[in-house]
Design a protein around this ligand. Sequence first.
Ligand code: AR6
Length: 168
Amino acid sequence: MALPQLSLLRGDLTTQVVDVVVNAANSSLLGGGGVDGAIHRAAGPSLRQHCRTLGGCRTGQAKITPGFDLDASWIVHTVGPVWRGGHNGEEELLASCYRESLALADEVRAASMAFPAISTGVFRYPTIEAAKVAIDTVTSTPTKVAAIVFVAFNDETWNAYHALLTAR
Ligand code: AR6
């Protein structure tokens, strides 16, 4: 299987024109701050109504919904780990978020998807360590998704991904 084409963009996930955008959600799936809040605002109230029927989501897992008012057709909601020093399974849980998100994108036959830097905001995962997990996992997980965009919302995130992607 061909590797997906990876790209890096400085901007807002909610305006990405891709088949799937990934949301860094919390286990309630009912919205919150950060990228989660932005996605719920942009997708409209139908998203929250739909999410109420999903029964939440465990850390490291993912669920999919329609994109509602977004340009994206689908939203994968995944719950990253809260950083608790790095010895509490954080890396494996974060990798699992990326793997499960890719698997759900494959189920809906997505050709393109966009990821935020899961767990690196409110959940405090160190940016460079999280970027390594993101890139390593999407490049080692078999998928039919052809194009993956990492969307950096701030300079620190952009710099971390840029350094790692250009070193590959
Ligand atoms: N587009 C792209 N990236 C964004 C956007 C945006 N519009 N807004 C923020 N980011 P966070 P987490 C970046 O906190 O750490 C929520 O309350 C942000 O700069 O959104 O996984 C949820 O409900 C950072 O780099 O997610 C959960 O309770 C990255 O997205 C909790 O936060 C992730 O930051 C999840 O925390």
